[in-house]
Design a protein around this ligand. Structure first.
Ligand code: KG4
Ligand code: ZN
Length: 347
């Protein structure tokens, strides 16, 4: 069966088509085609996502991207079995675009729809890579809005081991990058600038590092970066900016690595899955790989291009639920709701 998936929770419009073996049949879902439009350049002028502009752009992009995906896969609309969409969490107006298009298309085709949790999409995105993980595993979910460590026993079986009490890791990257005068979204820019810098140049805090629990706090780090930026005054040198970027990245990565190791130790699991935008960070990947290799832990990542938001992860999460017979399909023609503040694991 073919599952069409839409992602429109924030600043990326993603559409993808996945082929799912029938429930009970062997085999894993396969990605047939996907297309993505990033709104980053549009929001850059404002230093962050402007929700109204995001919604309007999703409206402009979603149907051309859908046509592109169907053409690339050589699949007709009539061949689609289920239409999945990101139901939450995310920006309400942006979510409504994907949900509205999914539900109307499904009504026209006489097919059911399936609302998908955005974070479940991230969490299951490594199943799209050639080196797919096996359950159970510890998941480090690090996106722009979330930082969580989870025990994952199967699709839908998630136990939160710890999470941030304030800012997310991606937010720490983005806010620090902004203070350094880098464009939105700052994470990748800060990482690039950090390559020229000395990570030991500035002593920045590692909040909750020794709390003994797999929890996080990044708000203090941003304040510490602000203090250093102020101290450097009007004209910091390129080297000073690179040093501060490297020191910031080192602080965030050290905390993420230490807490992941703690969660692995506490659960006794030997498999780690890293998902979400910050999972693209190469220092994080390097340090996790080294630390986990020493402990006999296998680490899995999504493909680099699937770390940030995309439609493939939404179609894949829907496919994995369908395959296990655990999807609550909405019949065509019904109403729909989006859930901007949906917590993973809540019904
Ligand atoms: O998962 P995602 O695309 O969106 C959310 O669901 O939030 O994550 C976006 C976040 C942003 O904060 C972005 O700066 C960060 O991921 N990010 C990175 C890198 N690439 C993306 N942070 C650090 N290093 C990177 N290479
Ligand atoms: Zn995301």
């Amino acid at each position: 069966m073919k599952v069409l998936g839409f992602e429109s929770s924030c600043d990326e419009t993603g559409v993808a088509l996945v082929d799912v073996p029938e429930p009970g049949a062997q085999g894993v879902p396969t990605l047939l085609a996907q297309a993505l439009h990033s709104q980053i350049s549009m929001h850059q002028a404002y230093g962050g996502v402007v929700p109204e502009l995001a919604s309007r752009d999703h409206i402009r992009r979603v149907l051309p991207l859908t046509r592109e995906v169907l053409a690339a896969a050589g699949v007709e609309l009539a061949d689609i079995g289920v239409i999945a969409y990101t139901q939450g969490p995310g920006l309400a107006g942006a979510l409504l675009v994907g949900a509205g298009v999914a539900v109307s298309l499904a009504a026209a085709l006489g097919k059911p729809t399936l609302g998908v949790h955005h974070l479940e999409g991230h969490l299951l995105s490594p199943f799209l890579s050639v080196d797919a993980p096996e359950f159970p595993f510890v998941a480090l979910l690090v996106s722009g809005g979330h930082t969580q460590l989870m025990r994952v026993d199967d699709v839908g079986q998630y136990e939160i081991l710890g999470e941030t009490i304030d800012d997310a890791a991606g937010e720490a990257f983005d806010k620090s990058a902004k203070l350094l005068g880098l464009p939105y979204p700052g994470g990748p820019h800060l990482a690039r600038l950090a390559e020229q810098g000395d990570p030991a140049a500035f002593a920045l805090p590692r909040p909750l590092l020794h709390s003994g629990k797999p929890d996080f706090s990044f708000a203090g780090l941003k304040t510490a970066v602000l203090t250093q930026v102020k101290k450097l005054g009007e004209g910091p040198s390129d080297q000073q900016r690179a040093d501060l970027a490297a020191s910031t990245q080192a602080a965030i990565v050290e905390v993420l690595v230490k807490k992941s190791l703690l969660a692995l130790k506490n659960t006794g699991l030997k498999r780690l899955v890293v998902a979400g935008g910050v999972g693209a960070n190469s220092l994080l990947r390097q340090q996790l790989n080294t630390a986990c290799a020493k402990r006999g832990v296998r680490v899995h990542y999504p493909e680099l291009s699937l770390c940030t938001d995309n439609g493939a992860m939404i179609a894949m999460a829907a496919a994995m639920r369908l395959q296990r017979g655990m999807a609550t399909l909405q019949p065509q023609g019904g109403g729909f709701e989006v859930r901007p503040r949906w917590a993973l694991g809540s019904p």
